[in-house]
Design a protein around this ligand. Structure first.
Ligand code: 1CP
Length: 342
């Protein structure tokens, strides 16, 4: 099978020759060639120049036998088009200089079409699509999920407690609803455009929704995630990813997605039982910081729990860390592809 066939078959839960693998944040800071390119151009320029985004997207494919590429972008730039002042602060991370703290600010947000605001990323998808055609690899598009985007828009950056987000959600439920509907509309349009530009599959990142209780997930988030997922599910395979949601993976899966992406906090066979769908995961990215003699048994454990089952895409449970030795990535990819199947 080609990488693309293998990847898409796994999304449908169909027979594969070997387990497909890609790595979250595979086009990032652990690659020396990425760091070299980023020493010359800012994050903003990398995002807004299709040729640069294309070059970065292809970097990990030159080194590793991966089954899929993920377009180089970020979940946050769609917020810029809505009126938020996003900045990537070097060696710190993303920051929004005018975070949402009032119902009026929510009502001022625009909902421009993605082809006006995200044109560079859509063009990069078209370019990468051409490059991947002869290599027969899958191309993933992605977007942030409504909750995770709302949390950045309200907090203005990273947070441990999500206090501003939760306080807004509890205090201003009507404005929360308007915000989540605006975000859902922007995300649906953007994912549709990515599929139209050539993405084979899209991933919805609800990276931080595990900060909520099951009750709050159902009450304040699920309807909007469902709105997004149900609007795109018949257009392309969709991976619904989150972390720290083992306590309510069943209801999260009920919001939609053909594949459920999970982190290492839940055993992957248990996740599969809870969702009864194809699953993606779930090696702890920190295991790649250790030697192969310890990394290998961790990878083996994931394969043994899910091995022989169809409908598994191997991945880390969250993004690869910048300190990761390249050689461990190469060995991991080869290990998964050589793992005896069936
Ligand atoms: O393979 C790839 O690298 C694909 C491109 C990609 C993706 C899929 C980037 C590039 N960012 C993302 C998604 C993303 N961005 C998520 C969801 C995935 C996840 O949970 O890991 C999130 C939460 C963000 C927000 C973000 N952007 C952060 C995290 C901050 C936090 O709150 O912890 C950071 C550090 C960024 C900047 C960024 N985005 C991408 C890169 C390579 C970088 C680092 C920029 C740099 O210094 O070079």
């Amino acid at each position: 099978m080609t990488g693309r066939e293998r990847f898409l078959a796994a999304c449908r839960g169909e027979t594969v020759d070997v387990t497909p693998i890609w790595i979250m944040r595979q086009a990032g800071r652990y690659l020396p060639e990425y760091r070299t390119l980023r020493s010359r151009i800012s994050m903003e320029d990398a995002l807004n120049t299709p040729e640069a985004a294309t070059e970065i997207t292809l970097m990990p494919l030159e080194r590793f036998d991966l089954d899929a590429a993920i377009i180089f972008s970020d979940i946050l730039p769609p917020l810029t088009g809505m009126g938020l002042d996003l900045e990537f602060v070097p060696s710190h991370g993303p920051r929004i200089n005018n975070p949402l703290r009032s119902t009026k600010a929510v009502d001022m947000l625009g909902v421009p079409p993605a082809d006006e605001t995200m044109g560079a990323t859509l063009e990069a998808i078209r370019q990468v699509r051409c490059e991947l055609e002869p290599r027969n690899l899958a191309l993933l598009g992605f977007a942030g999920a409504p909750f995770t985007l709302a949390s950045y828009a309200i907090e203005g950056g990273s947070t441990r407690t999500f206090a501003h987000t939760k306080a807004f959600m509890y205090t201003e439920p009507a404005a929360w609803d308007r915000l989540m509907i605006k975000l859902s509309g922007v995300i649906i349009d953007y994912l549709n455009e990515q599929i139209h530009a050539g993405a084979d599959c899209v991933q919805l990142f609800d990276s931080w929704v595990g900060a909520l209780s099951r009750y709050d997930y159902d009450r304040y988030v699920k309807p909007y995630s469902h709105r997004v997922l149900s609007a795109i599910e018949d257009k392309a395979p969709v991976i619904h990813f989150s972390t720290n949601t083992g306590a309510y993976l069943d209801t999260l899966s009920g919001a939609g997605g053909h594949v459920i992406g999970v982190d290492w906090r839940i055993p992957i066979d248990k996740a599969r039982q809870l969702v009864n769908k194809p699953v993606m995961g779930n090696l702890d990215p920190c295991t790649l910081l250790g030697p192969w003699r310890e990394l290998m048994p961790h990878a083996k454990e994931v394969m043994q729990r899910i091995g022989g089952h169809f409908g598994h895409i191997f991945n880390l449970g969250h993004g690869i860390l910048p300190e990761t030795p390249i050689e461990n990535v190469r060995q991991l990819v080869n290990y998964v592809h050589n793992y005896p199947h069936g």
